[in-house]
Design a protein around this ligand. Structure first.
Ligand code: BGC
Length: 369
């Protein structure tokens, strides 16, 4: 077998930056002798960048690429692993719950085996609903985060000016009225509900973690594994605890959203002096410069409809020695503040798919769950 040493940090798949873990590479590439150098970039998208990345191998004495075929193999298998890791959820649970959030609107019943579009359901007549705020019927101007009326079909599946209409799960179809078709299936409601965009609505979720410690600073364990804590906020709309995520603003890049949302949601509610706040912002910068991808894709969100849905990028920012963000004194246990360090374990009950993201985080950091 040809030994392949790879220099991999970021791979680009359909223009999405993807950082595969060593486990994933070994699993899907079935290359036991794979070596990883995380300080250079390999791009798996086109021949031009393959050429560039081949050159970067030369910089590392231990690394070598035997032939172009190796890169092609890598490209094929990474694509496969990306798709496997980023499969949309198979069904809708929260996206079939009723009444529809912030309304009294009902959803047309859709049974478990009727969710998929590939299952014939001739009598299906979803209830049409787009909120007045989003449609402009409230009398107020349509908010800047919402589409103004119908979007030309050509603009779907593209980056449309400042609006990213690309799904993390590849090309989505349009229905008979040229409206995007939910990639997971039926939800019982057509239209946009309270979501601003037709098709994917992009959010970002920063999962900020530290190890749980006692007063002496010693890490605490359960079942032989260290326990993690993450920064949780209580949502104002439904009082559920959640990761302090939020929507990606038009034209904004994901890392800026992650950083901004954390600042807005987790810190603004705290009463601290400007000096203390300055110290905190510096601490956050340190941790936010180093994140690990936890999930990228469709979210089974209660606001989803047949034509509009939520997608997110969840990143973990871990403060291993508790010297930066981990030092932030969030008012633990104080519901009024709406922000606290919360222990990660299998009993967590959180908004949308957030529990799933935290379970993944615990796995990645080999922590108690
Ligand atoms: C929330 C995110 C969440 C996403 C999908 C956004 O509104 O802020 O935390 O992951 O919706 O449910």
């Amino acid at each position: 077998m040809i030994p392949i040493c790879c220099i991999i940090r970021n791979c680009y798949f359909r223009n999405i930056c993807y950082r595969p873990s060593k486990d994933i590479l070994i699993k899907y590439l079935a290359l036991p002798n794979l070596q990883l150098y995380r300080n250079s970039v390999i791009s798996i998208i086109n021949a031009k960048s393959i050429g560039r990345s081949t050159n970067t191998f030369a910089k590392y004495p231990k690394a070598s690429v035997s032939s172009g075929t190796s890169i092609q193999l890598l490209q094929k298998d990474l694509t496969k692993s990306f798709e496997m890791e980023n499969k949309a959820p198979k069904t809708h649970i929260k996206a079939r719950s009723k009444p529809y959030p912030r309304s009294k609107e009902d959803r047309t019943p859709v049974k478990d085996d009727q969710v998929s579009w590939s299952v014939k359901f001739d009598q299906y007549e979803p209830h049409e609903y787009t909120s007045d705020t989003v449609s402009g019927k409230s009398g107020k101007p349509i908010p800047e985060w919402a589409d103004t009326g119908k979007v030309s079909p050509k603009r779907f599946n593209t980056v449309d000016g400042d609006v990213n209409r690309i799904s993390y799960h590849g090309t989505y179809d349009l229905d008979g009225s040229d409206r995007p078709k939910n990639p997971v299936g039926r939800t019982g409601i057509s239209g946009r509900g309270c979501l601003g965009r037709w098709g994917p609505n992009h959010a970002a979720d920063p999962i900020v973690t530290r190890w749980k410690r006692n007063e002496k600073g010693e890490k605490l364990q359960k079942d032989g594994k260290y326990i993690l804590e993450f920064v949780a906020v209580q949502r104002t709309d439904n009082k559920e605890w959640a990761i302090p995520g939020g929507m990606v603003d038009p034209g904004e890049n994901i890392s800026a959203t992650l950083r901004r949302e954390f600042g807005e949601e987790a810190l603004n509610s705290m009463q601290v002096s400007p000096k203390e706040k300055d110290r905190m912002l510096k601490a956050i910068d340190t941790v936010f410069n180093n994140g690990t991808l936890i999930y990228k894709g469709y979210v089974d969100d209660p606001r989803n409809t047949d034509n509009a849905w939520m997608e997110t990028v969840a990143m973990n920012f871990h403060d291993d020695d508790g010297s930066s963000v981990g030092m932030l004194k969030l008012h633990a246990g104080s519901d009024a503040a709406g922000v606290k360090w919360m222990e990660l374990n299998h009993e967590l009950q959180l908004y949308a798919s957030h529990v799933h993201f935290l379970e993944e985080t615990a796995k990645k950091l080999n922590a108690y769950w």
